[in-house]
Every structure is written in structure tokens, then in C-alpha cells.
Design a protein around this ligand. Structure first.
Ligand code: NAP
Length: 283
């Protein structure tokens, strides 16, 4: 039976660290603030934003929410971002994705100042991931690296296989594992004989977005399995990409869904906001 990697516990440790640092900044007269923009009424986005607000409250970071109607025009959204970019009391800005139809996500991402881009989605911050000279790392892959470190799992020299090549998860995940000296393979929908590739993984990260996608025959004995997926099963219950009941019998360690990668993502967002506040105050 695999060891269950407890994302709730590890993320609590990260959040407590942020909380202590935010309090120290406060003693120096520095207030930490995250601006969160949400456009429209997407129920999942509302839950994500509420969870981010909760984490801000816990860590002592001010969360300033801007809830805009779905009919918001691109110019209005860009004007708000411009205002927040120039507001010295705001350290981090995030715009919850996806945006309603008609709004250009790429333009929105690039409009956020790279110094306040706590999601690390803009070209400048993505480029820095390649060279390893980053201020912020994308929250989900960085959260996974924190989990591995906490569990004493060193990617160095290991076969690390990532399924999924999105800009926010798969590609940066591969890069971070590479920075830690993993031998990295990134798979996608055109990969030939996926099970043959994934079975060779010492560390397998799945970021596909399909329930029960990773079955036991795709996992080698003793592999570490990280499940990024956030899906709904046939009963509407939250589940990951990995067929947990089967795969936990084969893996050496595995993340559950919920309670795995998800809480880590939010904890790293808090960490990035703290980093932004420190940088903007030359600390
Ligand atoms: P995405 O942009 O839809 O990317 C999915 C990737 O999976 C694509 O690269 C796609 O390949 C690949 N894929 C699809 N079908 C495949 C197949 N049959 N074989 C191999 N690869 C296949 O998704 P994402 O934004 O990276 O998110 C992935 C999942 O993680 C979603 O469930 C999302 O909700 C979840 N997520 C969770 C967190 C968290 O905090 N826990 C954060 C972000 C995302 P192609 O490129 O070839 O199409």
C-alpha cells in the first residue's frame, strides 16, 4: 500500500510559514495585499476564489476582491488591471481563469505587471522558469515540488514522467523536475504507447483532466504518483486523474484528490504574494 502524501498537512506547514513572515513584515510597517479579479458567475471559479480568500485571511494577507459582471468589456478589465498595477498598496494580482467568452485571456495575462503576476503566467515569468532565475513559480508545479521535498523524494537521476503539456501545469512541471536533475519525459495526447512510457516512471505526474485515466497497468511498482487532475466522477464527486483504489496498491506514495495537490496550489499562491511584497519593498 502506498504512503498517502497529505497535501492538507504539508500546505498547512507552508501557510504557517507565510503567516509568520507576513506578521514580521507587518512589524516593519509593510502590509501584504493580493487583488483577486473574478469575471462572471462560473461556479467553480467562485469556489476557487473563496478558497484563496480564506487562505489570505489565515495568513494575514489582505485579499481585495473585484467581482465583475460577465458582460465586462476588455477595456474595462484592462483599465482595472492598469489601476492595480500602479497601486502601491497591492502586491499581487490574479485574474481567475477561465474568463467569459469574448475576453482575451492572453492579453489579460500579459497586462498584469510581471512583478505582481503571482500566478507566474506572463511571458516574462514563464521565460524565467526556463533559465531558473525566477521570482515566482506557477503555483501548482511549485506546490508539487514542495510536496516532494517535504516527503524526502529527490527527483535527481530519476525517471520523471509528466502527462499533460499545458502552459500552467505540464510544461513548467517538467522544467522544475529538470532543474532538480530529474530525467524528464512530457507526454500528451499524441504520445505513442503511453502506458509503456508511464510504467518507466519513478515519479509520475498526471495533469490530464480525465477521471480514472491512470490505471494500475500504467504505473510501475513503487512509483511516486502525483495526481493533479480535478474532475467530477459519474456521481458528481470530485476526483483526480488516477484510479486511486487500484494505483495505491502499486505505488510507493500517492496524492489523494481532494486533499493532495489542490491545497498546495493555494499555499504557493500565498508564498508568491509574500515574495512579491518583499521584492517590492527591496527585501
Ligand atoms: P489542459 O490544458 O486541458 O491540458 C491537458 C493535457 O492533457 C494536454 O496537454 C493534453 O494533450 C493531455 N491529454 C489529454 N488527453 C490525453 C491522452 N489521452 N493521453 C495523453 N495526454 C492527454 O489541462 P490543465 O490546465 O493542465 O489541467 C489538467 C488537470 O489538472 C485538470 O483536471 C485541471 O482541473 C487540473 N488542475 C488542478 C490544479 C490543482 O490545483 N489541483 C491546478 C491546475 C489544474 P494535448 O496537449 O496533446 O492536447
Amino acid at each position: 500500500m502506498a504512503k498517502i502524501i497529505d497535501g492538507k498537512k504539508i500546505s498547512a506547514a507552508v501557510r504557517d510559514g507565510v503567516k509568520a513572515e507576513v506578521a514580521k513584515l507587518k512589524e516593519q510597517g509593510i502590509h501584504t495585499c493580493l487583488a483577486v479579479i473574478i469575471v462572471g458567475d462560473d461556479p467553480a471559479s467562485k469556489i476557487y476564489v473563496a478558497n484563496k480568500e480564506k487562505a489570505c485571511e489565515y495568513t494575514g494577507i489582505e485579499s481585495r476582491k473585484y467581482a465583475l459582471p460577465a458582460e465586462t468589456k476588455m477595456e474595462e478589465l484592462l483599465a482595472l488591471i492598469d489601476k492595480l498595477n500602479n497601486d502601491k498598496t497591492v502586491n499581487g494580482i490574479l485574474c481567475q481563469l477561465p474568463l467569459p467568452k469574448g475576453l482575451d485571456e492572453k492579453r489579460v495575462i500579459e497586462a498584469i505587471s510581471p512583478q505582481k503576476d503571482v500566478d507566474a503566467f506572463c511571458h516574462e515569468n514563464v521565460g524565467k522558469i526556463m533559465t531558473g532565475e525566477f521570482d515566482f513559480l506557477p503555483c501548482t508545479p511549485a506546490g508539487i515540488m514542495e510536496m516532494l521535498e517535504y516527503e524526502g523524494i529527490d527527483p535527481a537521476g530519476k525517471n520523471c514522467v509528466v502527462i499533460g503539456r499545458s502552459n500552467i501545469v505540464g510544461k513548467p512541471m517538467g522544467m522544475l523536475l529538470l532543474h532538480k536533475n530529474g530525467t524528464v519525459t512530457i507526454c500528451h495526447s499524441r504520445t505513442r504507447d503511453l502506458p509503456e512510457v508511464t510504467r518507466r516512471a519513478d515519479i509520475l505526474v498526471s495533469a490530464v483532466g480525465k477521471a480514472n485515466f491512470v490505471t494500475a497497468d500504467m504505473v510501475g511498482d513503487g512509483a511516486v504518483v502525483i495526481d493533479v487532475g480535478m474532475n467530477r466522477d459519474e456521481n458528481g464527486k470530485l476526483c483526480g486523474d488516477v484510479l486511486f483504489s487500484e494505483v495505491e496498491k502499486k505505488a510507493s506514495a500517492i496524492t489523494p484528490v481532494p486533499g493532495g495537490v489542490g491545497p498546495m496550489t493555494i499555499a504557493v499562491l500565498m508564498k508568491n504574494t509574500l515574495t512579491a511584497a518583499r521584492r517590492q519593498n527591496n527585501l
